[in-house]
Write a protein that binds this ligand. Structure first.
Ligand SMILES: Nc1nc2c(ncn2[C@@H]2O[C@H](COP(=O)(O)OP(=O)(O)OP(=O)(O)O)[C@@H](O)[C@H]2O)c(=O)[nH]1
Ligand SMILES: [Mg+2]
Length: 319
């Protein structure tokens, strides 16, 4: 697209709608039609047909998207932590596919997502391909020096009382958390710091495959270190330890070592097992998390008190 916007929070040049709400972004006062001559803003009327756009792209959300999403109601950010390859992205995709197949999460119905493009691009790896007859796991989440992880969004509505929540799930590379648990001030750990500071609840992935393999001692120590590091920052926020890849069974000593660290360090902890071999376990685990963090509304509805019992004061603004 020729031209750009001088507002750093506007993505009209990438095909989204104008941040100031102009139906034709070229008529916005911040639009620069000739980037070589930035003083020439708003080239004036463009008589071409205006294509109406939406203010999101479908890709994973970044921090600027929060500004548009969070004011509409209560949102819940769930931080997903765990070492590389521990099954974080697979859990997210598996839960999404179960939702598409009609599952509800803790009696909450799926009622939209602003990151359908991101969900679908992950899900495309897992879906059975008619041509090559193949399906695979999603790829490793690429490491980067970003300060905020990619965020996947689900809008959920309580079936019983119609309360709505925006649920935001982080999908970050495992290296961020390994680096953060070693030294929380590492440059690579900035994204992990953001997740830990802003999340309302946490899921820690324990890789049962690694914990039952030849590197089980190292995997156990790394996981305990991550739990200990997290416990320094979260107060009473809930922490869910997911025994991922639970089709593999680590030995009892390793499991009890990790449980001991969890119960000693975290005030509000829960444990669940998940595996792709039992895909119902994925959505059940997400349901347990949502059940715990379905925060009450920020404010109760205002009820006008009756102070004087006179018919002249009885009018309440409606008939
Ligand atoms: N046996 C078994 N293997 C699994 C399961 N879930 C995931 N895996 C394997 O674990 C690998 C890593 O899964 P991911 O979901 O990419 O792990 P991740 O935590 O997102 O990894 P990073 O993005 O590198 O941090 C997959 O490629 C699968 O080989 C499971 O339930 N059972
Ligand atoms: Mg991943």
């Amino acid at each position: 697209m020729v031209g750009s916007c001088s507002n750093p929070n506007c993505y009209a040049a990438d095909g989204e709608s104008c941040a100031l709400g102009e139906p034709d972004h070229k008529k916005c006062c911040n639009w620069i039609s000739d980037p070589k001559n930035p003083s020439k803003t708003n080239s004036g009327a463009n008589e071409e047909a205006v294509a109406y756009k939406i203010p999101w792209s479908g890709s994973a959300l970044g921090i600027n998207d929060f500004i548009k999403l969070t004011p509409r109601g209560r949102s819940i950010l769930i931080g997903i932590l765990g070492a590389e390859n521990s099954g974080k992205t697979t859990f997210l995709v598996g839960s999404y596919l179960k939702l598409l197949a009609g599952s509800s999460i803790d009696n909450k119905a799926f009622c939209g997502s602003q990151t359908l493009g991101a969900w679908e691009s992950l899900a495309s790896w897992v879906r059975f391909d008619d041509i090559n007859h193949l399906s695979s796991f999603p790829p490793h989440t690429p490491r980067s020096l970003d300060r905020v992880p990619g965020i996947l969004h689900l809008a959920l509505k309580d079936i019983t009382n119609s309360q709505h929540r925006d649920v935001l799930l982080t999908d970050a590379p495992g290296e961020w958390f390994s680096s953060w648990s070693l030294n929380e001030n590492n440059q690579e750990a900035e994204g992990a710091q953001w997740v830990v500071k802003n999340s309302d609840a946490f899921i820690i992935f324990a890789d049962s495959e690694k914990l039952s393999g030849s590197e089980r001692g190292q995997a156990r120590n790394e996981l305990r270190q991550l739990i200990e590091r997290l416990s320094d920052h979260i107060g009473d926020k809930p922490v869910f330890l997911f025994w991922a890849k639970s089709d593999q069974k680590p030995n009892k000593t390793i499991v009890s070592n990790i449980r001991k660290t969890l119960s000693e360090k975290v005030n509000n902890s829960h444990e669940l097992s998940v595996s792709v071999e039992n895909n119902e376990s994925l959505v059940q685990a997400l349901s347990s998390v949502i059940h715990e963090v379905w925060l009450s509304p920020l404010a109760d509805q205002i009820k006008e008190p009756v102070c004087i019992h006179s018919p002249f004061y009885a009018f309440r603004g409606r008939v």
